[in-house]
Design a protein. Sequence first.
Length: 251
Amino acid sequence: MSDRTPAGQFLDAAIGLLRRLRDEEAEPIAAAGTLLADAVADGGRLFAFGAGHSSLAAQDLVYRAGGLALMNLLTVPGMVGVDVMPATLGSALERVDGLASVVLESSPLREGDVLVIISLSGRNALPVEMAMKARTMGVRVIGVTSVAYASETSSRHSSGTFLKDHCDLVLDSGIAVGDAELTWDGVPAPFAPASTVVTSALLQAVMATAAAALADRGIEPPLLRSGNVDGGHDWNARVMTEYGDRIFYHH
């Protein structure tokens, strides 16, 4: 029986989006997981970046129980979440030309690494420039975005292009423009965003694929365990020692 409460409608919408990922994004998810596994096997490092609320999905990959220890957060001051004051400054910084190049030039990224760039709209200067610059450095780029924005909005980058145009692989979250799943009588604007839950699930599917791909090659995937289970800290210390030169949040 259908649940027509706001909560039920939102959960149904989220489930529908997750089913779309399973049914329509299986091939790019597999390709992205393989790309990460290739980088790990070849000595590369893994990084993730997201601006504003897109940073939540990036942070969910880093120092994560059950996740790959080699995933590092690429940070841009003022753009990691909504901790900057005023919060609107983060949105303004995402539109600044040249910022991404400065960040990458002072980062540890190098040829052979993989950078996951998460931007729901993919239209702002920062994610577009970051993808363009990273590829000139020999970094492989996985873009996580809603492709719909490219046909329903205009780019804010001087090239007129979107994040999706500068990636080795694109993962389409399928989120509708505006990121609001519900309407309701008496509520003047659409509400209930689903991009965080969907994007996080999409990227965890990629991580799961990467871990299994490494195991299939006879390589123990460098996974972290929860520090709240017996032996977890000892396990993580071993992994961090073995891969210490590729983990940047531990130094």
